[in-house]
Design a protein around this ligand. Structure first.
Ligand code: A5A
Ligand code: MG
Length: 466
């Protein structure tokens, strides 16, 4: 793609996903087509979380004294919080924060709810809007000031071991989520200076966008006992002792939709993964005066046949040239288009076109039609996933020479390098190259650090980030 940022910006409007002309910077409207994509995406993550977590809904406002309680946490967010200071004409006794995230809303309640070891583990999540007064350049879905679809999970456990297991569970859940969306990802442990404010450690999922920049699309934090101490979240253990809980939290945002659009899309428009596409099949009747009724009737029959298989199907019977319809649905990324004209009807066939591949496939109009379409949709899902992983594999390059990093990053790669793990050296690497260390991928015990005489301890990643 020539200019990804421009393409991204335009496609949101052209495909009716969001409208950013709302008169507040960083806040946009979800338009009908985008809303459907968002809905289906949310259904997937909800289904995954619901297996082992319970959904709740907290108020959007947080009293100043609660937000301020956890010193490290509030320091991390103080420049990003929106405040409500008035009720009508009156100044409020206590300013209320619009949640930038909900630790300080949820944990005072955890302190009330968690009494005994039988109350543990507690695993709640909510899908809400959060507000962050971002000072970096805002971009629709990618860096917004109202995150409209913040999926945040918060857990409390009796032991540190259980909290570490929970981190792995979240990693598995997020993997499954992104696998369903066909999105390749990099998982790393964020460096100390880039972890979530108040966390012991942060695990992050990053994707490589088509311009080579990485986007953090999900984070999982082990909070240790920091918040438990601050909010006095204690339980009586089996041995009668009163102990602090161990906590974790994890979050995803509108960036998930940004990556679906960015990673699968191409010059001509969106290519939507079948699982989240508003229409999985779009039927395009080719109409002439003669035989029009018959063709439309057959399209209706096909629609019902496919819907009975659980597929989402629409018929584009607008009174415009078929070429324009193909163009529109290509832009909107419907996985499969079915063409049906009078001659096809005579031959009892329809022509299927996959959005992710050029080929046209003739399918007989019989009882097997729905099964064949399902097969094609599965192939599409697999193909999208494969391309995404191939792209990522081609765009991660290893080097042992720090001077090579800028050139590699500028030619749209994420760079893998060996690092001793010392914070000072890490910051030197960032300063010298001008890019951000994403984090540590794995521990290693061979070779030297790229920027010091120390032994290498980690394989780390550095990139140009959003
Ligand atoms: N309570 C924890 C889970 C939390 O707030 N973590 S977080 O700050 O890292 O945010 C979770 C995810 O939200 C991030 O990984 C990132 O993908 C996304 N995010 C953060 N700020 C955002 C913004 N301004 N616009 C869009 N997405 C954002
Ligand atoms: Mg931030």
């Amino acid at each position: 793609m020539e200019n990804f940022d421009e393409w991204f910006h335009n496609i949101l409007e052209q495909a009716n996903i969001t409208d950013s002309r709302y008169p507040i910077k960083g806040m946009a409207i979800w338009m009908p087509y985008g809303f459907q994509i968002r809905k289906h995406t949310m259904e997937i993550i909800k289904k995954l979380l619901d297996k082992d977590h319970e959904e709740v809904l907290f108020p959007m406002l947080i009293p100043e004294n609660e937000l301020a309680k956890e010193g490290i946490h509030v320091k991390g967010f103080e420049d990003e919080v929106y405040w409500i200071t008035k009720g009508g004409q009156k100044d409020l006794n206590e300013p209320l924060a619009l949640r930038p995230t909900s630790e300080t809303a949820i944990y005072p309640m955890y302190a009330l709810w968690i009494r005994s070891h039988i109350d543990l583990p507690k695993k709640y999540y909510q899908i809400v809007n959060t507000f962050r007064y971002e000072t970096k350049h805002t971009r629709p879905l990618i860096r917004v000031r109202e995150i409209t679809t913040f999926k945040e999970a918060h857990t409390a456990h009796a032991t540190k071991e259980e909290s570490d297991v929970q981190i792995n569970d979240f990693i598995e859940i997020y993997k499954e989520f992104f696998d369903e969306l066909g999105i390749a990802y990099l998982i790393s442990k964020r460096p100390e200076w880039d972890k979530f404010p108040g966390a012991d450690y942060t695990m992050a999922f990053d994707v490589i966008m088509p311009n080579g920049k990485t986007l953090q699309i999900g984070t999982i934090h082990n909070l240790g006992q920091t918040f438990a101490k601050t909010f006095d979240i204690k339980f009586e253990d089996k041995d009668g002792q009163h102990k602090l809980v161990y906590q974790t939290c994890a979050g995803l945002s509108d960036r998930v939709i940004a990556s679906i659009i960015g990673i699968h899309g191409e010059e001509k428009g969106l290519i939507l993964p079948p699982k989240v596409s508003p229409n999985q099949v779009t039927i395009i009747p080719i109409l002439f005066k003669k035989g029009k009724e018959e063709v439309l009737a057959k399209c209706g029959e096909i629609k019902t046949q496919l819907e009975n298989k659980g597929l989402r199907v629409n018929i584009d019977d607008r009174d415009i040239r078929p070429g324009k319809k193909f163009f529109d649905w290509e832009l909107k990324g419907t996985p499969i288009k079915l063409e049906l004209g009078p001659r096809d009807l005579e031959n009892n066939i329809t022509i299927a076109m996959r959005r992710d591949e050029e080929e046209k496939i003739e399918i007989a109009l019989d009882d097997n039609l729905a099964d064949k379409i399902c097969e094609l949709l599965d192939k599409t899902s697999e193909n999208l996933s494969k391309s995404s992983w191939n792209f990522q594999n081609e765009h991660v390059k290893f080097t042992e020479n720090i001077d090579e990093i800028p050139e590699l990053v500028e030619s749209e790669n994420v760079v893998k390098f060996k690092w001793c793990g010392i914070e000072e050296i890490g910051k030197e690497i960032e300063e010298k190259t001008g890019y951000d260390i994403l984090g540590i991928q794995e521990e290693i015990n061979e070779g030297k650090c790229i920027a010091s005489d120390n032994d290498a301890k980690y394989m780390a990643l550095i990139a140009k980030t959003y």
